[in-house]
Design a protein around this ligand. Structure first.
Ligand SMILES: [Ca+2]
Ligand SMILES: [Ca+2]
Length: 509
């Protein structure tokens, strides 16, 4: 991605011009660290290390800023807040990077720094450094924190299927054509929303962050997102966002549009497809069996656990409403602070983040509390961490439990109540490589997408709900299960689409 470092220096002028025409930026904050904080994992550098750097000035500066700033925007519309926060974040990023651009370029030319990527979702940048580069960067103006990033998995790009669909097939879904649905769709009460309110997820975009997808199966092809400003497969960045051919989605770790990544198990179930189909699937192939909770919503695939800033920025730019993450990262170290800040600031851009609770409460994967739930489902407020139950209402033994703990250099919450909610996670019907519902699988990978489907319906019913209002409604309408009140197995309780949408409609602005 040599292109990106060039952009670093070209972009500011263009964007300054456009933002000057807009309304006043929102208030920003300072981190107030007395000196530059450096990730202990960087203490002895051998060779080149990937890092991400935070500047001192951020939209949310303090560890408790998320909660404080939500009160500032009470009653505002999500669309208004989104545009104002994006503008503020981008302006801040441009202004700050401009002050060190020349120094950074010198370090790059001297070979101490490489692969520079500016971020706006947090005010900072990623790059790779050697020991001299790290030493120099901490002396640059405004630098406050330096995290070690995980090395990006370098995927093979062997062709596993079409990367682009030449046309999006017409949806076969219509509420009055539905003849059946699997038990989980019924239990989550989605058909009652379709039938009573005619709400099917229209107008919402659900980003599914996973490890690989097959795009051409009918129930998913029909609701696949397309970036109308990008021409697919011409090897050009038509919309000038730094990404070539980001038409349906993007593989940020590979730096290309190949989301048919071969690392995944391509047996009978593809993980990304199974999750996406629970949210935005239409009818199982050649049937009238409705398999998605929000069957007229759209979905977009992304890969990029090593490039979360870019993936989230892209999601925001495409207008994402939900961002579903059915993965769990153990031992992320100090970097979990960075993930949390990315999602907190992105929540102010209107995105509801959702992650399954993980499957580490039993068996070989057993992990102790408070690390049974991992990142990103351990992130408070900005991420809904979702556990689950089976058809009989019982919690399977694998389902990860809270609480979690936040005692980092930046976040000092102590013990945090998790999970937030329960949906379904046991013997769930999953689409296969042809789009048939021929397999069952279990795990909280599926609890998250059930929640994403419900939130998609809520935001289709009431698009201006703020992310924290969505959570408030879910708390209000969740049915208490397990131990009375909040509990560390099912959170605030079992959520259902019908009560959540009914309440969301009452909150119209
Ligand atoms: Ca592009
Ligand atoms: Ca293109």
């Amino acid at each position: 991605m040599h292109k990106t470092s060039k952009l670093l220096f070209c972009f500011p002028f263009l964007l300054c011009l456009s933002t000057a025409l807009h309304a006043q930026n929102l208030e920003t904050e300072r981190l107030q660290d007395s000196k530059v904080w450096i990730d202990p994992a960087l203490e002895s550098i051998n060779g080149s290390q990937p890092i991400v750097v935070w500047f001192d000035e951020q939209f949310l500066g303090q560890g408790d800023s998320f909660q404080k700033r939500t009160t500032e925007f009470k009653g505002q519309k999500r669309s208004d807040l989104r545009s104002r926060v994006i503008q503020t974040l981008k302006q801040l990023s441009e202004n700050t990077i401009a002050q060190i651009a020349i120094d950074l370029r010198s370090l790059e030319q001297a070979g101490h720094v490489s692969d520079i990527k500016r971020h706006w979702i947090i005010n900072g940048f990623s790059c790779s450094v050697n020991a001299k580069g790290l030493d120099a960067i901490q002396k640059l103006k405004g630098v406050a924190k330096i995290f070690r990033k995980r090395p990006v998995f370098n995927p093979s790009n062997s062709n596993q299927g079409p990367e682009f669909l030449s046309t999006i097939p017409t949806s076969t879904f219509a509420v009055n054509k539905v003849e059946s649905y699997p038990w989980n769709i019924k239990q989550i009460r989605a058909p009652e929303v379709w039938n009573q309110y005619g709400i099917t997820g229209k107008g919402t975009l659900n980003v599914v962050h996973d490890f690989g997808f097959k795009l051409d199966i009918p129930p998913l092809a029909q609701t696949l997102y397309t970036n109308s400003k990008e021409i697919p497969g011409n090897n050009k960045d038509d919309d000038n966002n730094g990404l070539i051919d980001d038409y349906h989605g993007f593989n940020f770790d590979a730096g290309n549009a190949n989301i048919n990544e071969p690392r995944i198990n391509r047996g009978s179930i593809i993980h990304g497809n199974a999750c996406a189909a629970m949210i935005s699937g239409t009818f199982a192939t050649n049937t009238t069996n409705a398999i998605g909770i929000a069957p007229e919503s759209q979905w977009a695939p992304v890969i990029g656990a090593g490039s979360i800033e870019q993936a989230v920025e892209w999601a925001i730019e495409q207008g994402a409403d939900t961002y579903s993450m059915s993965f769990s990262q153990p031992n992320l170290g100090a970097l979990r602070t960075h993930w949390r800040k990315v999602m907190e600031q992105a929540a102010f851009c209107g995105v509801v983040f959702i992650s399954g609770a993980g499957n580490f409460a039993a068996g070989n994967g057993l992990a102790p509390i408070p690390v049974q739930m991992r990142n990103p489902e351990d992130i408070p407020n900005a991420v809904l961490g979702v556990a689950g139950v089976g058809q009989d209402g019982n919690r399977p033994v694998f389902s990860s439990q809270g609480p979690v703990e936040w005692n980092t250099h930046h976040y000092k919450d102590g013990r945090v109540n998790k999970p937030d909610f329960a949906t379904l996670n046991f013997q769930i019907n999953c689409v296969d490589l042809e789009g048939n519902l021929s397999n069952q699988a279990s795990g909280n990978s599926f609890a998250g997408p059930h929640m994403a489907g419900i939130v998609s319906l809520m935001l289709s019913a009431n698009p201006e709900l703020l992310p924290w209002e969505v959570k408030e409604i879910l708390i209000k309408t969740a049915k208490d299960i397990g131990k009375p009140g909040f509990d560390f197995q099912s959170g605030h309780g079992f959520v259902n689409a019908y009560d959540a949408v009914t309440e969301a409609l009452k909150w119209k602005k």
